[in-house]
Design a protein. Structure first.
Length: 144
């Protein structure tokens, strides 16, 4: 994986995670002081917009990295950091599908189910990706 891929991938995933988390906190944990407001915080729509704009960039970069990192490591990797990498890789599909369906669902129960699915898969992805990076760094440091 090239250095530019690495930087852009980490940046896009970090921005996606940050904007998604901040939006979720605003939507589910804050309460508006205005009883007629449809948002709990004035920046809530902007956080959602930022998340929806940044997330496709992360998905594009994950696809870019698939051919020269994920697939070769899956086929020929030494297994030292493969579990967290495979876990992260397999979470991309349900995380992405739940996000897409969340945006287009018109039935409230479907929207609720997709929100829960998106929260769960995104949270586990963020944790497994972070652990993958930490283990990878330790492996590189030990081999130096």
């Amino acid at each position: 994986m090239s250095r530019i891929q690495l930087v852009w991938l980490h940046l896009s995933i970090a921005l996606t995670a940050i904007t998604g988390t901040v939006f979720a906190v605003m939507k589910y944990f804050l309460e508006s002081t205005d009883e007629f407001s449809v948002v709990n915080h004035p920046l809530q729509p902007h956080m959602l917009a930022a998340h929806v704009v940044v997330a496709p960039a992360a998905l594009f970069l994950l696809g870019w990295v698939f051919s020269n990192h994920m697939l070769p490591k899956l086929r020929f990797g030494d297994g030292r950091n493969q579990r967290t990498g495979v876990a992260s890789m397999w979470l991309i599909l349900p995380m992405t599908l739940s996000a897409y369906l969340l945006q287009i669902a018109t039935n409230e129960s479907v929207r609720q189910a997709m929100a829960v699915a998106h929260w769960a898969t995104s949270g586990v992805f963020a944790v497994s990706y972070t652990v993958h990076l930490i283990i990878g760094r330790r492996i590189r440091q030990a081999s130096e």
